[in-house]
Design a protein around this ligand. Structure first.
Ligand code: GLY
Length: 313
């Protein structure tokens, strides 16, 4: 058995490993590992106190996938509800759908008994948003953002060079060899309202298939959507590539994307034999994993595959 994740999932490892050690399912372990990350007020990229969209609203994306059946559930632009990963799991388990977004996701969360949380942002994050946006706009422009008919302009200004995006990725393989993968994020800081990243898109930010392995992404979600990155890695393994070859292919495919909005990417992946991997387009980035033989998780440097970043003028 193994639990493999982006490093910010360390707060959830005790909960996830306890489930795996007791013979619990990979799916339960993934959900239990992500929930403490969503509750962690110090994590600006996931759940409670994550950076909001440009209007100051927190919009959460999450997905979970069961590698036994490839059943999946996801929520996008969910407002005011954590744990988003648990709402995603309920989508998988109770609906004939895979992805709910916006008002429908909020409605479904309420219907399933998840409480609406009024204050998902601390004052420090609210102040940070104001300080960053006011580097580019006047007090009046900031105060009238909600009614602006040119919000797209401000999204561009706010996100370059202050691009802030991050996510939590968790993959588990349980004692029965079953694999599950979960992803949760508050998305790209100061994003346009309604923007969905790769995290709720099955095949882009999350993919799991017991027969071959699993993969998940953090970084600029638009790139992973365009290249179907998580699915590409699992598909490459299906076609006989090794884990290393599959991850390198996916990173190289991202580097080959055209256009002006090319940023960073990180991924983790697991082969069905339990071998973990982590890759990044930036040096020094890490991932963590723990097996049943290990007392605690180890933090490993991700393999670097550079992606040439390009940003519009
Ligand atoms: N990878 C997270 C996002 O782009 O929203």
């Amino acid at each position: 058995m193994i639990l493999l994740a982006s490093t910010n999932a360390n707060v959830g490892f005790p909960a996830g490993m306890e489930i795996l050690r007791k013979g619990g399912s990979a799916l339960d372990a993934v959900e239990a590992t992500i929930r403490p990350v969503e509750d962690n007020p110090a994590d600006r990229t996931v759940g409670f106190n994550g950076y909001p969209n440009i209007l100051g609203d927190l919009e959460l994306d999450a997905s979970i996938m069961d590698g036994r059946t490839r059943e999946s559930g996801a929520v996008g632009a969910l407002k005011g509800v954590i744990p988003a990963i648990s709402v995603a799991r309920k989508v998988m388990e109770t609906l004939p759908h895979v992805l709910l977004a916006g008002a429908g996701a909020d409605r479904f969360a309420a219907e399933m008994g998840f409480p609406q949380t009024e204050a998902l942002l601390n004052p420090d994050v609210i102040a940070a948003r104001e300080a960053i946006l006011k580097q580019d706009m006047t007090d009046t422009e900031f105060a009238t953002l909600a009614t602006s008919d040119n919000l797209r302009q401000w999204v561009r200004l706010a996100t370059d060079p202050e691009r802030t995006y991050g996510t939590v990725n968790v993959i588990a393989q349980d004692a029965n060899g079953n694999i599950a993968c979960g992803v949760s994020t508050s998305g790209w800081a100061w994003k346009y309202p309604g923007r969905l990243g790769d995290s709720p898109i099955i095949g882009a930010g999350n993919y799991a298939d017991n027969r071959y392995g699993a993969a998940a992404c953090t970084g600029m979600g638009e790139m992973a959507i365009r290249a179907s990155t998580a699915h590409s890695i699992v598909m490459a393994m299906k076609l006989g590539k090794s884990l290393t070859e599959a991850c390198e292919l996916a990173m190289e495919d991202l580097n080959a994307l055209g256009g002006n909005f090319i940023g960073r990417m990180n991924l983790i992946a697991l082969a069905k034999d339990g071998t973990p991997a982590g890759y990044s387009s930036l040096p020094g980035k890490t991932f963590i994993y723990q097996t049943d033989e290990m007392e605690t998780y180890v933090e490993k440097e991700r393999t670097l595959v550079e992606i040439e970043e390009r940003w519009a003028e």
